[in-house]
Ligand binder design. Structure first.
Ligand code: SAH
Length: 346
């Protein structure tokens, strides 16, 4: 039984069955989500005998163990976490002034097989639970002694292919009685799983949606992202329009710039045509190197050409700031498990 990952009401119910009053559950909830406790002993405002009882019962306060971390000179840290079934996942801590971002994973591996991304190379192993998703944030907070205030669900896996656990984890991180991370500071990135986008549009949550587009032509997009066969561009764009209409929120399009593949003048023309008039923002990502891939990064002039042309037609566009490339911790580079473990579990 794992206590982390339960909502306050669930905790109250659970402890009620043990004969504990409601306020105990509230205390424990605060210890877990605000003070990142990972042992019962730390919860010093619980009576000592209760702490002993909870420890003896073997009620777990965590679903992952940090087994390795590497840090870049700019403060970016890549973590390797081991799950209870010994699978491993990676998450990244990206501090930038006041903004303390965590990039978290939603699956072990990924089933989407995008041709330029390392994560899918070994296929999907399994979905993460809500507890494993939220625990990445709690463990990073504890390890870095910082209060995370921005979350990008852009690590390993496709969040909308693990909808329920991802949404539960979002509700937990958003809860003001817990971590209190504002919905506007939470971004879900998807390769374009339409049913998930439509469902998300109806959630009473103001999270940001990012769509991994990477090509504005069906033939090329299918080549880069096989999911496009299932959810082709015209249907995807209809779903996105629907999302914007229902939520009134701006959507971000991620476009990884690959030399000679999707950065040609005709690609730019098609991109402009596809996005014109839409409430959106384009985030251009210079391709990050992935082992075994023949793709190369676009030249910087091409990326700037894209920015100027998009801006000229009033489509807001920016280049994603590079963080974590030195650690193989940047977009598309998280693979999980192929680095040695060095026990730093505390
Ligand atoms: N499955 C989700 C979450 C991954 S987010 C999604 O597809 O959106 C990671 C982002 O990095 C996605 O936009 C992804 O397409 C992009 N990406 C993948 N491989 C990359 C690479 N090698 N270089 C740059 N960006 C990459």
């Amino acid at each position: 039984m794992n206590i982390k990952g339960l909502f306050l009401e669930e905790l109250q119910e659970f402890f009620h069955t043990m004969g504990l009053p409601k306020y105990r559950a509230a205390q424990i909830y605060t210890w877990i989500y605000q003070k990142q406790a990972c042992t019962w002993e730390e919860m010093t405002d619980l009576p000592k005998d209760l702490r002993g009882r909870l420890t003896e019962q073997g009620l777990a306060l965590g679903s992952l163990t940090p087994v390795n971390r590497i840090e870049d000179s700019d403060g970016t840290i890549k973590f390797l976490f081991e799950l209870e079934d010994h699978n491993t996942i990676e998450s990244v801590f990206i501090p930038e002034d006041e903004r303390l971002t965590s990039c978290i994973s939603t699956q072990v591996g990924c089933g989407m097989q995008c041709s330029f991304c390392a994560t899918g190379q070994n296929g999907l192993i399994r979905n993460l639970t809500a507890a494993e998703i939220i625990d990445q944030l709690l463990t990073i907070s504890r390890q870095t002694k910082s209060r995370i205030n921005n979350v990008v669900i852009m690590g390993q896996g496709e969040p909308l292919a693990n909808y329920e656990a991802t949404l539960n984890a979002i509700k937990l991180m958003n809860d003001p009685k817990g971590m209190g991370i504002g919905a506007r500071h939470i971004t879900i990135s998807t390769c374009g799983v339409i049913p998930g986008i439509l469902k998300l549009a109806k959630e009473p949550l103001q999270v940001n949606l990012a769509i991994s587009l990477h090509a504005a032509d069906d033939g090329l997009r299918t080549r880069l992202m096989p999911i496009n066969k299932v959810y082709p561009l015209s249907e995807l764009m209809t779903a996105i329009r629907n999302y914007i209409e229902l939520t009134g929120r701006r959507v971000t399009f991620e476009y990884t710039m690959i030399d000679g593949i999707n950065d040609r003048p005709q690609d730019l023309g098609q991109l402009i045509q596809l996005l014109s008039g839409l409430l959106c923002h384009v985030n251009l990502i210079p391709l990050n190197p992935v082992k075994g891939s023949a793709f190369g990064r676009s030249k910087m002039e091409r990326i700037h050409d894209f920015i100027s042309a998009l801006t000229r037609v009033h489509i807001e566009a920016t280049i994603r700031k590079e963080r974590g490339t030195n650690l193989a911790a940047a977009c598309g580079q998280l693979q999980g498990g192929n680095w040695s473990k060095n026990d730093l579990a505390k």
